[in-house]
Design a protein around this ligand. Structure first.
Ligand SMILES: [Cu+2]
Length: 92
């Protein structure tokens, strides 16, 4: 890039790298939660996930007991949050 101050490109790249390592990209994680049987369960699971990650999105389907979570948190942490709320999160 002509006309740019020397070194500014490297500084931008470094800033982008620091942003990347500090803010993990949100990923979709799927669980099956067999003991999720009513809207109250969905609310409790959603609340538990949001306590861990307020930015998470949670989509639940009662008939199939599937829960889809979009979050930057690791799947193991999401499963632990669901388990701590009294449910069983199985990898799906
Ligand atoms: Cu319920």
């Amino acid at each position: 890039m002509r006309g740019q101050r020397p070194g500014s490109g490297a500084r931008i790249a470094e800033a982008a790298y620091i942003a990347l390592i500090h803010r993990k990209e949100a990923a979709l994680t799927r669980f099956t939660v067999p003991d999720m049987t009513c809207d109250g369960c969905i609310k409790a699971i959603t609340a538990a996930v949001r306590r861990l990650d307020p930015a998470a999105t949670v989509a639940a389907d009662l008939p199939t007991h599937k829960v889809e979570i979009t979050s930057g948190k690791p799947a193991a942490d999401l499963a632990a949050a669901i388990d701590d709320a009294g449910f069983t999160a199985q990898a799906a």
